[in-house]
Write a protein that binds this ligand. Structure first.
Ligand code: APR
Length: 230
C-alpha cells in the first residue's frame, strides 16, 4: 500500500525554540527593523549595506542554532509517510533535523545570489559584504525572497498541498501571502492540524484541529498519534 502524503507548512514559530526570533511576536524582528528597509528591493537599492548587515546577523544566528523537538518530530514522520515540508523559514533547521524534502518559499540564508543572473546561487556561510561579486562580476545579495518579489516555489508548493492526505500548520501567523493562501489548496475533507501557542484565525477552515501549544510540545504529540495510526 502506498504511503500517505503529509504536507507541513511551517513559519518562524517552529524555529523560535531554537533561539531564532520570529517576526510578529512582541519581541519579533519587525519590532526592531522596518520591512521596507531590510527586506525589500527598494531597501536594497537605498542602502544595500543595511540589508547585508541584517541578513549577516540572521546567518550567524542560524549557524549558532540547533533543530528543536518540533523539527525532529516532523522529520520522524518520514518513517511512515511521504512528507513535504513547505517552509517560510530561511534557516536550515528542518534539513538538519533530518527532513529530506523541504521547499523554501522565502529563500535560504545559507546561500547567496547574483544580482544580474538569478540562476547564479552559491553556498554562503560567512558574511556577504559590499564588493563580494558573482562570477559575472555583480554584487552578491542574500538568496532571500523579499516583499514585492515573486515567490518562485509557490506553484510547486501549491501542487504538493493539493495532493496532501494530511496537512499540518505550525508556527506561522498566516499573514503573508501567497504562503498563507496555500491553505486554500487543501481539500476541505483532508484532516488538518495547527500547532501554535497563539492560534491564528482559521475559523474559515474545515476539518482542522488546533493545538494551542509550542511546536516542541504539540508536534511530538501529533506525530505520535499519526505514526501509531499506520
Ligand atoms: N511554537 C510554535 N509557534 C510559535 C512559537 C512556538 N514556540 N512561538 C511563536 N509561535 C507562533 C506565533 O504565535 C505566530 O503565530 O509563530 C508565529 C510567527 O508568526 P510570524 O512572526 O508572523 O512569522 P511567519 O508567519 O513565519 O512570517 C511569515 O513574514 O516577514 C515575513 O518572510 C517573513 O517568512 C516570514 C513571513
Amino acid at each position: 500500500m502506498s504511503r500517505k502524503k503529509i504536507v507541513v507548512l511551517t513559519g518562524a514559530g517552529v524555529s523560535a525554540e531554537s533561539g531564532l526570533r520570529t517576526f510578529r511576536d512582541s519581541d519579533g524582528l519587525w519590532e526592531e527593523h522596518r520591512i521596507e528597509d531590510v527586506a525589500s528591493p527598494e531597501g536594497w537599492k537605498r542602502n544595500p549595506e543595511l540589508v547585508l548587515d541584517f541578513y549577516n546577523q540572521r546567518r550567524r544566528d542560524v549557524l549558532n542554532a540547533k533543530p528543536n523537538k518540533g523539527h525532529k518530530a516532523i522529520a520522524l514522520l518520514e518513517e511512515k509517510f511521504d512528507v513535504v515540508v513547505v517552509t517560510q523559514n530561511i534557516d536550515n533547521l528542518h534539513e538538519r533535523a533530518g527532513s529530506t524534502n523541504v521547499i523554501h518559499l522565502h529563500g535560504e540564508i545559507l546561500k547567496s545570489q547574483s544580482t544580474v543572473d538569478a540562476k547564479l546561487i552559491y553556498e554562503c556561510e560567512g558574511d556577504i559584504l559590499i564588493g563580494d561579486k558573482c562570477e559575472k562580476n555583480s554584487q552578491l545579495r542574500p538568496f532571500i525572497v523579499w516583499f514585492n518579489e515573486a515567490v518562485p516555489m509557490i506553484e510547486i508548493a501549491a501542487k504538493e498541498v493539493s495532493l496532501a492526505d494530511i496537512f499540518i500548520i505550525v508556527g506561522t501567523s498566516l499573514q503573508v501571502y501567497p504562503a498563507a493562501g496555500l491553505i486554500n489548496y487543501i481539500h476541505p475533507t483532508v484532516p488538518k492540524f495547527l500547532v501554535d501557542p497563539n492560534v491564528p484565525d482559521v475559523s474559515h477552515v474545515r476539518n482542522i484541529t488546533c493545538i494551542a501549544k509550542k511546536g516542541s510540545e504539540g508536534l511530538p504529540q501529533i506525530v505520535e498519534v499519526l505514526l501509531k495510526q499506520v
